[in-house]
Write a protein that binds this ligand. Structure first.
Ligand code: NAD
Length: 329
């Protein structure tokens, strides 16, 4: 089986090659992102393996089907970049990696939160310049703070459990509450009271037409003065310009962002020579109350191992007619 791997990074090659040992899979490594302009690079392949910034819109899927490619598999959990309805209408088989390591993402959300709470990146940068003063790096304890968790599926559940172990009070919101969190005494509430009462709000729900700008200006303004926002889910959940205004006027105390709208303009590639073209991202990076990482919450050895193994299971499952049900789209 020939598989075109778009947006290939060195770690994709390493982990997919190891997981595909003893299979009939032949990889075609493509550093390019998938668009209708780059699709021709997959000519002759049986399947396409794509990542989060690859564009699998109706037009590209139509061209994929026209090329005779029948399988599209994502090496990701989120699938907001894939038009699933269009794919079904075209008769394509589609799969993702539904669960590879919820802890990888949950632990990164905690990393961003602790970075904002205790400012180690600022003090480390200051120390490298020979500045060991303490005045600008006063932090706060997480114990006894209220954490609002929006989306309590696989990742949100782990995040809630970790924050509970820090001694935080958890307020949860989900369209389908998670019974295992209810069983350990976690309180569910509507979105608005969660926003009004949380010291820290962390997003863990998928991006869809229903959740686009879930945190719009009006809702961001409901957040407590000085509250922190953590987003490791998808940039489109937050109205970026409203978030910037509220960070600038200090209504928001800080933002820890692993994802941001239009992240494809900077994330996953080297722009040191041409600079940061996206004005909102440049503004956020200049604010001391922001900690941003380039969509790396998934990037652990454990997660990469699981992503590779599940991707192989999807590819071989397609050949044998038994793609794992949880991964089928
Ligand atoms: P999941 O499907 O297990 O959980 C998502 C939860 O969100 C579900 O419980 C669902 O009911 C809930 N939800 C859906 N719509 C909602 C709404 N309007 N309001 C509140 N809750 C809502 O998914 P998961 O594995 O926990 O992943 C969550 C998201 O994290 C993914 O969709 C993906 O976008 C993102 N993610 C990011 C990274 C990263 O590297 N930054 C990695 C993996 C996943």
């Amino acid at each position: 089986m020939h598989v075109a791997v778009f947006s290939t990074k060195s770690f994709d090659k390493e982990y997919l090659t190891a997981a595909a040992k003893d299979t009939n899979i032949n990889w075609r490594w493509l550093s390019e992102s998938l668009t209708s302009q780059t699709l021709h690079l997959a000519t002759g392949c049986d399947a396409i393996c794509a990542f989060v910034l690859d564009k699998l819109d109706a037009q590209t899927l139509h061209e994929i089907a026209q090329q005779g490619i029948q399988l599209v598999c994502l090496r990701a959990a989120g699938f907001n970049n894939l038009d699933v309805n269009a794919g079904h209408q075209l008769g394509l088989t589609m799969a993702r990696v539904a669960s590879y390591s919820p802890n990888a993402v949950a632990e990164h959300a905690v990393t961003l939160l602790l970075s904002l709470a205790r400012k180690p990146c600022i003090s480390h940068a200051n120390l490298r310049l020979g500045d060991g003063r303490l005045d600008e790096i006063v932090g706060f304890n997480l114990q006894k703070k209220t954490i609002g968790v929006i989306g309590t599926g696989r990742i949100g559940e782990q995040f809630a459990r970790i924050m509970r172990a820090f001694g935080c009070h958890i307020l949860a919101h989900d369209i389908t509450p998670n019974q295992s969190l209810i069983d350990i005494g976690i309180d569910y509430t509507d979105l608005e009271p969660l926003l009004r009462n949380s010291d820290i709000v962390s997003l863990h729900c998928p991006l869809s037409p229903e959740t686009h700008h879930l945190l719009n200006r009006e809702r961001l303004q409901l957040m407590k003065s000085g509250a922190l926002l953590i987003n490791t889910a998808r940039g489109g959940l937050v109205e970026t310009e409203a978030m910037i205004d509220l960070l600038k006027n200090h209504h928001l105390g800080g933002a820890g962002l692993d994802v941001i709208e239009e992240e494809e303009s900077l994330f996953f590639s080297d722009h040191r020579a041409d600079g940061i073209s996206n004005q909102n991202i440049a503004t956020l990076l200049a604010l001391p109350s922001v900690m941003m990482t380039p969509h790396q919450a998934f990037l652990t050895k454990e997660a990469l191992t699981n992503i590779a193994q599940e991707t192989i299971a999807n590819l071989l499952g397609w050949q044998n007619g038994n793609i794992p049900t949880i991964n089928r789209l």
